[in-house]
Design a protein around this ligand. Structure first.
Ligand SMILES: Nc1ncnc2c1ncn2[C@@H]1O[C@H](COP(=O)(O)OP(=O)(O)O)[C@@H](O)[C@H]1O
Ligand SMILES: [Mg+2]
Length: 364
């Protein structure tokens, strides 16, 4: 549970302190008040970077040279967490008065789930957006996945450089060098595959339940995962991998890049068996995405034993009232959620004002 947030020189805020409460915290403010920036700052504490800024520098208040995020928590791992960013020097994470040596160690420190306008990229964007979403999620619960993924990317880069090199020399055969890369890549790729399969089936279990509770019409939600290379065990995987690499080698050399592996896996979000991308309205997608986030939260809870913090940015935007009430009721049950909105009337419209004692309004 987050108790306090202090910001300095972050986006619109010269200096800002916010106190949060257990239960539902409504961040109320007009457009441009800084609601998203507050959620963004909290997000950085767990994911090490922003969900919307491409560079840390973008979060820096215009004209300033450093920003600070300080926070107080009540949770298992840390009580205090701070991020100091200095222009041209980068970020430092100080959790419970100790510097976190590697930025990747920050990830997962404060289990949280974020819903934001950027999520439409997950449902409607390119396949890479969905891969990114699941990679981030799995990294949060498994540091070894993140390590495998980083190692995989590094090897892949080198393998691609090797393909480029062969292409320049017009060597189209499956060289020893490529084979050595593939021997190293294979176990990594297999572990990534296993983790993704596990994650997808955990999501599907939760989604099924959540969908059933939220809709009466028997419609169901499902994530379909198609791996570019698939096998039941590591040995078969290595064999299939080697065969594909050998078979498509000339093409890979000509195109100067690897043509299979986890970076070609596909995730498809379906409702009533049809991919969301093909038909769903904005409102339907939004509900789907909120249920996805709630499923994410359930898995995090199961994994870590603690309830995650839920962050909902502009929760009510594009959300139709007819279908949202039960979804909103789910959110109300959470031990702590921060929800931003521009209009208090939205709470009433979506049936959120019924449980008065649980709601705290924080004006931004
Ligand atoms: N680096 C920055 N320096 C100063 N102001 C910024 C910076 N980045 C964004 N802003 C401003 O901060 C304001 C708050 O943005 P935001 O947090 O998205 O508000 P809200 O979510 O409440 O609509 C916006 O008006 C934006 O122009
Ligand atoms: Mg906003």
């Amino acid at each position: 549970m987050i108790k306090k947030l202090r910001l300095r020189h972050l986006r619109i805020f010269e200096e800002k302190e916010v106190t949060f409460f257990p239960g539902i915290n409504i961040l109320l403010g007009k457009n441009g008040a800084g609601k998203t920036s507050i959620l963004e700052a909290i997000y950085v504490l767990n994911f090490s970077k922003s969900f919307k800024a491409a560079r840390d520098e973008d979060m820096l208040q215009i004209g300033e040279d450093y920003f600070q995020i300080e926070s107080e928590w009540e949770q298992a791992r840390f009580r205090k967490a701070a991020v100091n960013y200095v222009r041209e020097r980068g970020k430092r994470f100080i959790y419970d008065d100790a510097v976190i040596p590697r930025i990747s160690d920050v990830i997962g420190s404060f289990p949280m789930v974020l819903q934001s306008a950027e999520d439409f990229r997950i449902s409607a964007g390119a396949g890479s957006e969905r891969r990114l979403y699941f990679d981030r999620f799995i990294s949060q619960i498994s540091p070894s996945y993140l390590r495998d993924l980083m190692h995989f990317r590094k090897l892949l880069k080198n393998r691609n450089a090797c393909l480029k090199n062969q292409s320049e020399k017009k060597t189209y055969r499956y060289s020893e060098e490529l084979e050595v890369y593939d021997q190293q890549l294979s176990p990594l790729m297999f572990r990534i595959l296993q983790m993704r399969k596990k994650a997808v089936s955990a999501f599907n279990r939760e989604l099924e339940k959540l969908y059933r509770e939220s809709y009466d019409d028997g419609s169901h939600a499902e994530i379909r995962y198609t791996a570019s290379l698939d096998a039941e065990n590591e040995k078969d995987f290595a064999r299939i991998h080697r065969e594909s690499a050998r078979k498509h080698c000339d093409k890979e050399v000509a195109l100067r890049r690897s043509l299979f592996g986890p970076n070609y896996d596909k995730y498809s979000f379906c409702r009533k068996g049809i991919p969301l991308i093909n038909f769903a309205s904005q409102g339907e997608q939004k509900i789907w995405l909120i249920l996805l986030k709630l499923a994410e939260g359930e898995i995090l809870k199961r994994q870590g034993g603690e309830e995650p913090l839920y962050l909902f940015d502009d929760l009510f935007a594009e959300l139709d009232i007819a279908n949202s009430r039960r979804v909103v009721a789910r959110i109300m049950e959470k031990p702590q959620a921060l929800i931003s909105t521009t209009d208090l009337n939205d709470l009433r419209r979506h049936g959120m004002d019924a449980v008065k004692g649980k709601i705290n309004i924080i004006e931004i």
